[in-house]
Design a protein around this ligand. Structure first.
Ligand code: AKG
Ligand code: FE2
Length: 254
């Protein structure tokens, strides 16, 4: 049985009711807001992201990349957040989008904290298919955070010819996976995902996906995807959770 896209939380941003944000994130773990940010603005930033990755690639190719940068960032398709000129400005611009602000305010209240260590840009594509990320929950590396979101913003198309994101809509909102689990146990958890709940929408620049640290997801990568996708992850936590992370934090008025 195939599920129609109607049953997934896929909304035109301008007709989404922000008051329903928490209820949707608590029951489904994910919301997609179409055209929530300016696609023109995003097009201006794409070359900046591309050149940061080109510099990181050159560092890797020269053999001079330090081990933590490789182990924590490069091999997962990330560039160092500090390597992107103006990243703070990018975060500010994205979080100033009126629709995103309303949605985040509805979920967090007047303030949330940006997890600076977990706001790294990402690139997925055929040059490094090994960077594709298998099924996981972000809570595995973020810690036991109660209220948090990943604001996932593609700077190119995601899906189709470009690697996308595949997400379990309706994933139980609790820890299901941990780094300590052996591969066969991870496999046993992901084999329980109902196939009709696996969602891999095609997203365009301007679309924003919001999901929680408990929602199981992975890179949607298939060998015929010949284009390179760039994306930005902006992670925010509630003021009550600041004690539950080791990330550098910065307060954000919503
Ligand atoms: O961009 C990807 O392919 C994976 C993204 C991801 O796991 C995340 O944003 O939490
Ligand atoms: Fe993730």
């Amino acid at each position: 049985m195939t599920q129609t896209s109607q049953t997934f939380p896929d909304f035109a941003a301008d007709s989404f009711d922000p008051a329903t944000t928490s209820e949707k994130l608590e029951s489904l773990g994910v919301i997609l807001l179409r055209q929530a940010v300016s696609a023109e603005m995003i097009a201006d930033w794409l070359p900046i992201f591309e050149s940061s990755f080109a510099q990181f690639d050159a560092l890797h190719a020269s053999g001079k990349m330090d081990r933590p940068s490789y182990e924590n960032l490069y091999r997962y398709g990330h560039v160092h957040p500090l390597g992107v000129a103006g990243l703070q400005e990018w975060l500010n611009i994205m979080l100033s989008s009126p629709i995103l602000r309303q949605v985040l305010r509805a979920h967090f209240g007047e303030q949330a904290y940006l997890m600076l260590n977990n706001c790294a840009p990402r690139r997925q594509g055929p040059i490094h298919p090994e960077h594709a990320i298998p099924f996981h929950q972000d809570q595995e590396f973020m810690g036991p955070i109660k209220r948090a979101v990943n604001v996932w913003i593609p700077l190119t198309q995601a899906g189709g010819d470009y690697p996308g994101l595949e997400i379990w809509s309706g994933c139980p909102q609790k820890p299901l996976l941990s780094f300590a689990l052996p591969p066969y146990e991870r496999q046993s958890v992901s084999s329980q995902i109902p196939p009709e709940s696996l969602w891999n929408p095609i997203m365009m620049p301007g679309d924003v996906m919001i999901f929680t640290p408990y929602t199981i997801h992975r890179t949607w990568y298939e060998p015929n995807m010949f284009q390179t996708r760039y994306s930005s992850e902006i992670r925010l936590i509630s003021p009550a959770d600041t004690r539950n992370t080791r990330s550098a934090l910065i307060v954000r008025d919503l």
